[in-house]
Design a protein around this ligand. Structure first.
Ligand SMILES: *Cc1c(COP(=O)(O)O)cnc(C)c1O
Length: 394
């Protein structure tokens, strides 16, 4: 039934259709696997963030089922009222120990962890210095904080220092914030240099390790561990929704910072905590990270194999140095066409255009996992080659 006051949204959608930017949701029929069934078609799945295959790991499944049987399916309240269960506290302790920090707090998602933390710790008299490719959840947190936001070009350390110099004499706190691994480029933040800048100019240093948790560092401890910068990054955010295989986000910092977030982070105060089964799955995932380091080894072996294959075929893979490898084609309509052709031929690699990536930098994004076989990756490379030649991308 059309509603007059909502037809402007229909007009907006029609504009997207005209520009060939309209996208239907792809429906996954079954489990999230290296070869999965989407929209009735069996495809090699290069689009999930399920880096280690933990979404279907037997130990995580078993713990979730046990937790449901013991505690039920919901927590029934926000953390600050009646919704803190022993399993939530056990997970926070596990994460703090794993990350070698004083304390950790778990949020409902990585998105709420970023947005809730930045908003809670800063106010309108403060300044945020932020890499231009930082994730949307950091940007939203910055906006909600009402602090002034100074964006520097991607990984441009000179530009970053210039901003820090300009604001050095201003009252108010400064926050320097970066993704650890950038989600669209797959490159790694220059964290050692950023940490030095933060220390020199007295800024709080914060990193979002969503794509580094379970991927970089010993047993997947993240970017801080990868660069051996323990004790020098004030706030580490991570996700439990990607390599960890379930859902959630966490913040690691000093005991008092975490205690402050317990009192002031709005998603923590005003949105219900995880079902116990989710917390139990995440706890099991950290055990798996410690017990099965071969998963991370396989992830990196597959990454190197696939990346070299793409380069050999002459694809532009940008600045990637992690399992996220973009295949940059430039034109957004071409990227969508390429992605559709690949899907028909048996490879699911999502196309991404403006505003998620800059205009003229449209791409398909590939992510390999530990659980892909060499045969699957070789077949995917072959399908990419055939599709790209047809569209004259290579
Ligand atoms: C995915 C992602 C998030 C959000 O994590 P969720 O747990 O999915 O909410 C935050 N930051 C970055 C860089 C991400 O890639």
């Amino acid at each position: 039934m059309p509603r007059a006051q909502l037809t402007f949204l229909t007009d907006e959608l029609n504009k997207l259709r005209e520009q060939k930017l309209y996208q239907r949701l792809r429906i996954l029929e079954g489990e999230q696997l290296p070869v999965s069934r989407f929209d009735g078609r069996e495809v090699i799945n290069l689009s999930s963030n399920n880096y280690l295959g933990l979404t279907t790991h037997p130990k995580l499944r078993r713990r979730a089922i046990e937790a449901i049987e013991r505690y039920g399916v919901g927590s029934g309240a926000v953390r600050t009222i009646a919704g803190t269960m022993t399993v939530h506290m056990a997970l926070e302790e596990k994460i703090a120990k794993f990350k070698n920090v004083e304390a950790a707090v778990v949020f409902q998602s990585g998105f709420t962890a970023n947005a809730g933390t930045v908003q809670a710790i800063l106010g309108k008299e403060d300044v945020i210095v932020s890499d231009e490719l930082n994730h949307a959840s950091i940007i939203d947190g910055c906006r909600l904080s009402r602090a002034e936001i100074k964006v520097f070009p991607h990984k441009d350390l000179d530009a970053c220092e210039k901003v820090l110099q300009e604001i050095a004499a201003r009252p108010g706190r400064k926050l320097l914030v970066t993704d650890g691994v950038f989600s669209m480029e797959g490159d790694i933040a220059p964290l050692p240099a950023l940490v030095e800048l933060a220390e020199r100019y007295g800024a709080i240093m914060m990193i979002d390790d969503a794509h580094s948790s379970g991927v970089l560092g010993r047993n997947g401890r993240g970017t801080v561990d990868h660069f051996d910068l323990h004790g020098r990054v004030d706030i580490q955010v991570g996700t439990l929704s990607k390599a960890v295989g379930a859902l959630g986000g966490y913040v690691c910092s000093t005991r008092d910072t975490i205690d402050f977030l317990y009192h002031r982070a709005r998603p923590f105060l005003f949105s219900t905590s995880h079902p116990p089964s989710v917390a139990a799955s995440c706890l099991a995932a950290f055990e798996v990270l410690e017990e099965e380091p071969q998963l991370i080894q396989r992830l990196w072996d597959n990454t190197n194999f696939f990346k070299e294959g793409l380069k050999r075929l002459g694809f532009d893979t940008g600045m990637s140095e992690t399992p996220i490898t973009p295949v940059i084609v430039g034109d957004v309509a071409l990227a969508h066409q390429f992605s559709r052709d690949l899907f028909e031929a048996g490879v699911f690699a999502q196309s991404i255009g403006f505003p998620t990536v800059p205009k003229g930098k449209a791409r398909i994004r590939t992510i390999v996992t530990a659980t892909h076989t060499r045969d699957e990756l070789s077949r995917a490379l072959h399908i990419l080659e055939t599709g790209a030649k047809k569209l004259r991308i290579i």
